[in-house]
Ligand binder design. Structure first.
Ligand code: BGC
Length: 351
C-alpha cells in the first residue's frame, strides 16, 4: 500500500512538471513570436506629397515608390492637393499608424513645421524632399540647387536679351524654392540692372504656382507696359505656360523669349515650336533614388553626414543638393531624351 502511494506521488509530480514545461514553452513562444514578426516585418516609409497636379510630381511619386520598394521597404503615399490642413492630417495619420520615417514635400514651408514636431515626438525622422520645411529641426533636405536653377535661367536670358525690359513671374511665396530661385535670378541680373542695360518692369509671385494666376500676372505686365516687354523669366514651366498663353492673346507668342523650369513635356514641345526659349531640367530619377536610399538608411537607425547644409531659420539642415541642367533647342536630345525623361516621339511628334 505504501509503495502504491509513492507511485501515485511520482505520477502526479511527473504531470505537474510536464504541465510546467509546456506552459513555459507557450509563454516563451508568445514572447518570442511578436519579436520574430517585428524583425521580419519590412520597414515602412511615409511620403506626404503636396500635389500631383504638375507632371513632375507624378513622376516623383512613381519613381520614389519604385526606388523605396527596390530596397525591400514598404511605402505609403498621400497627396494633399495644395491644402495645408489636409497635408498635416495625412502625415499625422501615417505617424499614428507607425511609419519608420517620414519624407515630405511641403505645400507650405512654414505650416509643415507642425508635422516635423509631431514626427519627432514619435521618434520618427523627417526628410524634406525637393522643398525645405522652415523653422523646424529637419533631419535631412534633399533637392536640386534651387538658387542655381534661377542663375541658369537668368544667364540664358541675358545671353539672348542683353538689353531690354524684363518680366519676372515668380513661384508660390509659400514655397521656399520660389525664394531661392528668385535669389538666383536676381543675383545674375543685378549687374545688368545696375549698368542700366535691363529694367525689371514687372515682378510678381504666382499663388500656388497656378498657370491661370501666371496668365493673369503676365496679362497685367503686358497691359501696364503697353506690350513693351523683351524677356520673361517664369519660375517653372506651369507658370511659363500661363505666360505664353497671355502672350498669345497679344499675338506675341514666339516673339518674346520665355524661360521656365522642370522640362515638362509641354514646355519642351514649346521649345521645339519656338514659344519658349529654355527650361531647366532636374533629373527626378536621381532625386527620388537618392532620397529613397537615404530614407531607408536612416530608418534602419544609421547616421548620415551631409557635406552641404542650408539654414531654415531654426538650424543648419544637413543637405544634399543635386545639379540642375539648362535645356534649349540645342540639347534636348542629349539631355531629356537621352535620359528617357521624354521620348523623341513625344517631343517631336512623328509617330
Ligand atoms: C519645385 C518645382 C515645381 C514647383 C511647383 C517647386 O518647389 O522645385 O520643380 O515646378 O515647386 O510644383
Amino acid at each position: 500500500m505504501k509503495r502504491m502511494k509513492w507511485l501515485w506521488l511520482f505520477v502526479l509530480l511527473g504531470f505537474l512538471l510536464a504541465a510546467c514545461t509546456d506552459d513555459e514553452a507557450v509563454v516563451k513562444k508568445a514572447v518570442k513570436e511578436p519579436v520574430a514578426a517585428e524583425a521580419d516585418e519590412p520597414l515602412k516609409i511615409g511620403f506626404a506629397m503636396d500635389t500631383l497636379k504638375e507632371e513632375r510630381w507624378v513622376k516623383d511619386r512613381n519613381l520614389f515608390r519604385q526606388a523605396v520598394e527596390s530596397h525591400g521597404v514598404r511605402v505609403e503615399i498621400t497627396a494633399a492637393n495644395g491644402d495645408d490642413a489636409r497635408q498635416i492630417a495625412q502625415a499625422e495619420e501615417m505617424i499614428q499608424k507607425g511609419i519608420d520615417l517620414l519624407v515630405i514635400v511641403p505645400h507650405n514651408a512654414e505650416a509643415t513645421a507642425a508635422i516635423v514636431h509631431k514626427a519627432h515626438k514619435a521618434g520618427i525622422k523627417v526628410i524634406a524632399y525637393d522643398r525645405l520645411v522652415k523653422n523646424a529641426e529637419i533631419d535631412l533636405y534633399v533637392s536640386f540647387d534651387n538658387e542655381k536653377v534661377g542663375e541658369i535661367q537668368a544667364e540664358a536670358m541675358l545671353a539672348k536679351v542683353p538689353k531690354g525690359n524684363y518680366v519676372f513671374i515668380g513661384g508660390a511665396p509659400t514655397d521656399n524654392n520660389a525664394h531661392l530661385l528668385k535669389k538666383g535670378v536676381f543675383k545674375v541680373l543685378q549687374p545688368a540692372i545696375d549698368r542700366g542695360d535691363i529694367r525689371i518692369v514687372y515682378d510678381q509671385w504666382t499663388e500656388d504656382w497656378a498657370p491661370e494666376n501666371a496668365f493673369a500676372n503676365m496679362s497685367e505686365a503686358l497691359e501696364t507696359n503697353g506690350n513693351r516687354i523683351d524677356a520673361v523669366i517664369a519660375a517653372n514651366d506651369a507658370t511659363a505656360g500661363g505666360a505664353v498663353e497671355a502672350l498669345k492673346v497679344q499675338g506675341l507668342d514666339g516673339e518674346i523669349p520665355v524661360a521656365g523650369q522642370d522640362a515638362e513635356l509641354a514646355a519642351v514641345q514649346r521649345i521645339v515650336s519656338g514659344t519658349q526659349t529654355m527650361t531647366v531640367y532636374k533629373p527626378i530619377q536621381t532625386l527620388s533614388e537618392r532620397v529613397a536610399a537615404l530614407a531607408v538608411h536612416l530608418a534602419k537607425g544609421n547616421e548620415f553626414s551631409a557635406i552641404d547644409s542650408i539654414n531654415n531659420g531654426k538650424s543648419e539642415v544637413p543637405s544634399v543638393l543635386l545639379e540642375p541642367v539648362a535645356v534649349d533647342e540645342g540639347n534636348i536630345r542629349e539631355t531629356v531624351i537621352a535620359d528617357g525623361f521624354h521620348t523623341e516621339a513625344d517631343v517631336y511628334g512623328g509617330d
